[in-house]
Design a protein around this ligand. Structure first.
Ligand SMILES: Cc1cc2nc3c(=O)[nH]c(=O)nc-3n(C[C@H](O)[C@H](O)[C@H](O)COP(=O)(O)OP(=O)(O)OC[C@H]3O[C@@H](n4cnc5c(N)ncnc54)[C@H](O)[C@@H]3O)c2cc1C
Length: 392
């Protein structure tokens, strides 16, 4: 049997690639992870990361199992006990609580950099995981035995039975494998910023659907809040050009002064929003996970949760097989079948909501606001929606 440098070679050590490496720890699989930029391991504790995630209970359980969750600084995490979603007629509202969902919390709000640090550390302490960073992949070839050979710009060539593309939405691995993607830009941006607030957030996440976008307030640890405003180019440019004071006033006004006066603590930044499908999640000896495999609108806050779902499912399948079969196409197809439906469902729901709300048609305006109100009163439907979001 041919010797390989690794059984599983993960390209991309972001949250999802690192999570897969951790999920494969203590297995007979030899795992190597390469990243072009190693994550920061320390920063000024007085600052707050502008990228914040709402981690679902299913993702939290997974992160706990793989030994990352417990490495995060608990004082920087915030539980979400209630969610309030408002329509654009000033009246319709859908609200649900953790108690209604029969759970201790709806989500946990975490800083991206803190979770990334925890995952990287957990991966680095696994005896069967080797981290190589910074390293820039330059070519990916098929090997005669069915495996893959990855060349690095300044470093060794690495052979593996299975290569994982965990290298984000512009995935280099995906393009090397010739996997087609279909990207639909929303012509929208996610504008993010963090604020200190005059009033306590009461562990409540709020979302407002406007004709030209969606505004979300996520509760941050302490009396702080993280904003994600999904909006068009004109509003994005306007928000980014505002002075700190004017930004605070504009965001407070748009959020109906629910948290009183605001004081910005992480400056506004913007990210383009897109919907992306890929033709294949797997090829022989190759699989895609995380944003390399899909992109969704952030209005449901599920992007990284979908990625953790990929890592969890792929690890479960690989662990059930002998190491020699980890690149086998039939094994990888099981992963593709298991994930395809979940990903399409989440993309469909967020895309549908985005289209329903970002629309000036007066009939749709009545329908969407009536829908929110009805859903609020219809306990069964509400429960199903909550369960789906929590198990994503
Ligand atoms: C505005 C905004 C708000 C969001 N809010 C939420 C939210 O509330 N909840 C949520 O769940 N999701 C949210 N998301 C989505 C979330 O950010 C992504 O789903 C998540 O970061 C994907 O993780 P990943 O590990 O797949 O990819 P990435 O985080 O993109 O990581 C990719 C990694 O690969 C490395 N890399 C890239 N190219 C190469 C290469 N050629 N060679 C080697 N390494 C490479 C990079 O250095 C990086 O470490 C949001 C996104 C946006 C834009």
């Amino acid at each position: 049997m041919k010797f390989h440098d690794a059984d599983v070679l993960i390209v991309g050590g972001g949250l999802v690639g690192c999570a897969l490496a951790c999920a494969l720890k203590d297995t007979p699989l030899q795992v190597t992870l390469v990243d072009s930029h190693p994550p920061a391991q320390s920063w000024d504790a007085a600052t707050w990361d502008s990228r914040i995630y709402a981690i679902s209970p299913a993702s939290r359980r997974f992160l706990m199992q793989i030994g990352a969750w417990q490495r995060m600084d608990a004082s920087r995490l915030q539980s979400v006990g209630q969610m309030r979603i408002a329509g654009d007629d000033g009246r319709a509202e859908l609200a649900f609580t953790a108690v209604e969902a029969r759970t201790d919390e709806l989500a946990r709000i975490v800083e991206s950099r803190e979770l990334q640090r925890a995952l990287w550390q957990a991966a680095s302490e696994s005896p069967n995981v080797t981290l190589i960073a910074p390293a820039q992949p330059s070519a990916l070839h098929d090997e005669p035995d069915g495996g893959k050979l990855l060349a690095l710009s300044h470093g060794p060539r690495l052979s593996a039975r299975l290569v994982i593309g965990a290298d984000g939405v512009q995935s280099w691995v995906r393009s090397q494998a010739g996997i087609e993607e279909k990207t639909t830009p929303y012509n929208q941006w996610g504008v993010v910023a963090n604020f200190e607030c005059e009033k306590p957030h009461l562990a409540t996440a709020s979302q407002w659907f406007f004709e030209d976008g969606v505004l979300a307030f996520l509760p941050l640890a302490g009396q702080r809040m993280s904003m994600v405003w999904s909006c068009g180019e004109v509003r994005k440019n306007a928000l980014l050009s505002l002075s700190a004071d004017a930004l605070c006033q504009e965001v407070a006004r748009a959020g109906q002064n629910r948290l009183g006066e605001l004081n910005v603590i992480s400056p506004a930044a913007a990210f383009p929003l897109r919907l992306m499908h890929v033709a294949d999640l797997v090829k022989p000896a190759l699989a895609l996970i995380g944003d390399a495999a899909h992109a969704v609108h952030p209005l449901a806050g599920q992007g990284v949760n979908l990625g953790f779902g990929d890592a969890m499912e792929l690890a479960r399948i690989l662990k059930a097989e002998p190491a020699s079969r980890c690149g086998d196409y039939l094994v990888l197809r099981r992963y593709e079948r298991a994930r395809r439906e979940n990903v399409l469902l989440m993309q469909g729901v967020t895309h549908g909501l985005q289209k329903l709300f970002n629309n000036t048609n007066p009939v749709l305006r009545i329908l969407r606001n009536t829908g929110l109100g009805l859903t609020d009163q219809w306990a069964w439907l509400k429960h199903r929606l909550i369960q789906h979001a929590m198990n994503a």
